[in-house]
Design a protein around this ligand. Structure first.
Ligand code: NAD
Ligand code: GLY
Length: 363
């Protein structure tokens, strides 16, 4: 088992990464958590892992209730949040109740927001079961739901007390979901870790074959990068750079997800196509060479990710992107690449260049 820390003063918390952790999780949570636990999961993950998590907790005398939500991105909305709150109230959960998210990023974001808002905040633990959640969404405390007008528009920062990533759970993950997670893994290499990018180029086949050592390394390196960025700019308030850099490809990607309807493209797929748009725009600004863009495209291709976005039309993309949370005083701040391994936030991109980059990277 590997242990990393997200260093946030008295709210510092560990990320535990390793095979079979879910079987020990009950015991660990029983030690760490309150006498009451509410597990939030979904109809796909619960049949696979809920019992293994819950039984040891119950054996340790912890009272457990669970909320099992429908699968999919469309679940990340108010009704689901209400269902979690309804259960917490019906079960008379008090402020010492720990909410545990068992699932991918959808469940983690939702359960985290429920924990942040129930009785003004209760403890929260992440047990991520997708690659995307293990490398990104379970770490850093961004929680929330989607709004029909924009992705992740309603939410709160609410850090977990513990992240417990059982790498064995990835064995049941569909191939398409594994690839979606790789989009966020590749992101870390592109924005701040060139040696990791080179490692990914050398080990993409092993990752797709689910080689355990390769996956563990990719998860650990991704979490180490994320933990460092979050510790430096927890609430994404840095005027330049900072946590916003973790959103490479996301402004374009969120426009794709909102524009075609939540759940049509996976989040990681939309991020991949968005990353190509950001890379192409960086080339147009004279920062990346054509060969750099080709290198990004080749790696995303090898990860079996889309490298072209849906043809929504550049104007519709720009309209959707205007809702981005990085917009400040009406100015869109994009995350772009100065070079491979170094990202910047940039507010001075001419709209025509953005349009041209979108057009160049759409079906
Ligand atoms: P997801 O939660 O929808 O999970 C993907 C699919 O895999 C689902 O069908 C799920 O039921 C299934 N699944 C989960 N674990 C499984 C397992 N072990 N075996 C078999 N099937 C399993 O999607 P995701 O890609 O994990 O997360 C995407 C979400 O995360 C998006 O809503 C995105 O906005 C959010 N996100 C949040 C952050 C953050 O910092 N909070 C960062 C990145 C992404
Ligand atoms: N996934 C972006 C962030 O956590 O800031």
């Amino acid at each position: 088992m590997r242990e990393l820390n997200v260093a946030l003063g008295e709210r510092t918390y560990p990320i535990l990464i390793g095979p079979g952790l879910i079987d020990d999780a009950g015991k660990m949570l029983a030690r760490l958590a309150s006498p009451r636990v509410a597990v939030v999961s979904n109809e796909v993950v619960a049949p696979l892992y809920l019992e293994r998590l819950v039984r040891p907790l119950q054996e340790a005398g912890v009272r457990v209730c669970s909320v099992i939500l429908p699968d999919g991105e469309a679940t990340k909305q108010w009704d689901s949040l209400n269902r979690i709150h309804d259960t917490l109230l019906a079960e008379r959960c008090d402020r010492t109740t720990t909410v545990v998210a068992l699932g991918g990023g959808v469940i983690g974001d939702l359960a985290g927001f429920a924990a942040a808002t129930y009785q003004r905040g209760v403890p929260f633990i992440q047990v991520p079961t997708t690659l995307l959640a293990q490398v990104d969404s379970s770490v850093g405390g961004k929680t929330g739901i989607n709004h029909p007008r924009g992705k992740n528009m309603i939410g709160a920062f609410w850090q977990p007390r513990l992240v417990l990533a059982d790498t064995d759970t990835l064995k049941t993950l569909p191939d398409r979901e594994l690839s979606a997670g790789l989009a966020e893994v590749i992101k870390y290499g592109l924005i701040r870790d060139l040696p990791f990018l080179e490692w990914l180029e050398a080990h993409m086949d092993a990752l797709l074959a689910r080689d355990a050592a390769a996956l563990s390394h990719a998860i650990e390196r991704s979490c180490a990068n994320k933990a460092e960025v979050v510790a430096g700019d927890e609430l994404e308030t840095a005027k330049e750079g900072g946590r916003a850099l973790l959103n490479l490809g996301h402004t374009f990607g969120h426009a794709i997800e909102t524009g075609i309807g939540y759940g049509e493209w996976l989040h990681g797929e939309a991020v991949a196509a968005g990353t190509m748009m950001a890379a192409e725009l960086s080339r147009r600004l004279g920062w990346l060479a054509g060969s750099d863009v080709a290198r990004v495209r080749a790696l995303l291709n090898r990860a079996q990710l889309p490298v072209r976005g849906p043809a929504l039309g550049a104007d519709r993309y720009l309209e959707l992107m205007a809702h981005d949370k990085k917009v400040l005083a009406g100015r869109l701040r994009l995350v772009l690449l100065k070079r491979l391994g170094e990202a910047v936030t940039w507010a001075d991109t001419p709209p025509d260049e953005i349009r041209a980059a979108i057009d160049a990277c759409c079906e």
